[in-house]
Write a protein that binds this ligand. Structure first.
Ligand SMILES: [Zn+2]
Length: 400
């Protein structure tokens, strides 16, 4: 039950065009979830008129979003033609900005990446912007089958205002008001959506996660990388707060004297205790007389832990303990169905799961529901999937 706010009401009045748009999205969702499915089955399940379904299906086919695939079983008479989401057709451009690199990719409506390129990031934001523009321009030229449905999604490691399209602040490089979305929109005439990386990951899990995750209506994603970001999914949508600043739990206080300084300058934030940087710093401390490898990466550390190196394992377990403390606080505040963790730590899941489980279980009072604490199902690049989802979810989601 949602309150109706009058300043937004004129956009929500059920005019014939609004009703058509709602029905179009419902039909598209049926095709996504139940494919292969016939027009007759959609009409029966939705109780829409057969002629309305046919006209919506024609429109979706023209837009290059769905395709026909052979014939199904006949229940007497002509065999029905089956429908599914069209694969391989470029629908989304994803620009994934991280503290280490920028990945630019084109994907179809099912979220399958059909083209991608990665460049290292530079603290010079004008240089990076010009690089992004030239790669996007080449990528668009390589795909002549791009249609009017093609839009862009940008994920940034900082605060982004989803409503105004502004990257408000990116702490790693101290970029304020970076106008990347506006530039892409103007340069290529595309609709552009921008969001914080953790919010984008939450959206990706909600729409493109595995079946178990897609069934949750209330969950929190925890993105563990250079820092820690969280995305809150409330009643089937991402809760962004004022100016997109919700979910900044990376800066909640979970202890003192962290192994590294937080990006905000403090030593008591969750991020300073449980990020990748914190794990690496712990590992260096544990080595004692041994010289640490120069430029140690988290992937290397996890690799060492996986083959049984004691210090790497201990550093990861200590991080898992702090990760669990923060997660316990989230559980107490939100009572979610699940906490979904993404980032490199997923590759060490079998080593940290017990530690995480033990700590989070302590915070759940015995008579309350116990949320699942599970790893992300988005694969190697959750934030890229997040950037693409900013476009793809809009094609399926209800407008209000
Ligand atoms: Zn902080």
């Amino acid at each position: 039950m949602k309150r109706i706010y009058l300043q937004k009401a004129k956009d929500q009045i059920a005019r014939p065009a609004t009703i058509r748009d709602i029905n179009r999205r419902i039909v598209l969702n049926y095709i996504r979830e139940r494919a292969p499915i016939s027009r007759a089955d959609i009409a029966r399940e939705t109780e829409l008129q057969r002629s309305s379904v046919s006209s919506i299906v024609d429109g979706l086919q023209e837009a290059g979003l769905i395709e026909e695939i052979g014939s199904g079983q006949s229940s007497g008479g002509r065999k029905p033609t089956l429908l599914r989401i069209k694969s391989g057709n470029p629908v989304a451009l994803g620009i994934d900005v991280t503290p280490r690199c920028v990945t630019i990719a084109v994907a179809d409506l099912a979220g399958k990446v059909v083209d991608s390129e990665e460049i290292p990031i530079s603290p010079d934001r004008d240089f990076i912007k010009s690089q992004i523009i030239s790669i996007v321009s080449e990528m668009i030229a390589r795909h002549p089958n791009i249609t009017d449905e093609f839009e862009a999604g940008i994920s940034v490691p900082g605060i982004a205002d989803h409503a105004t399209g502004e990257a408000v602040y990116i702490p790693y490089f101290q970029w304020g008001n970076w106008n990347i979305a506006e530039t892409i929109a103007k340069e290529f005439g595309l609709a552009v959506t921008i969001d914080n990386d953790a919010n984008a990951v939450a959206l990706a899990e909600l729409w493109f996660g595995n079946e178990k995750i897609r069934k949750y209506k209330n969950f929190i994603t925890v993105l563990v990388s250079e820092g820690i970001g969280t995305g809150i999914v409330f009643d089937g949508q991402v809760y962004r707060g004022e100016r997109g600043a919700a979910g900044e739990f990376g800066h909640m206080i979970v202890g003192s004297e962290a192994p590294v300084q937080c990006s905000c300058g403090n030593y008591d934030c969750w991020e300073a205790h449980a990020s990748e940087k914190a794990t690496i710093a712990r590992y260096y401390r544990l080595l004692n007389s041994h010289l640490p490898p120069a430029g140690m990466s988290i992937t290397q550390l996890i690799g060492l832990a996986n083959i049984g190196e004691e210090q790497a394992l201990e550093a990861l377990k200590e991080t898992a303990r702090y990760l669990g403390i923060g997660i316990s606080n989230l559980i107490l505040g939100f009572s979610p169905q699940a906490i979904v963790i993404s980032g490199s730590i997923v590759h060490a899941w079998n080593l940290v799961a017990d530690e995480l489980q033990a700590i989070t279980e302590k915070s759940v009072r015995h008579d309350l529901p116990k949320p699942d604490v599970i790893p992300s199902s988005l694969g190697e690049n959750p934030t890229l999937m997040g950037a693409l989802s900013l476009v793809l979810a809009r094609k399926f989601a209800s407008a209000s």
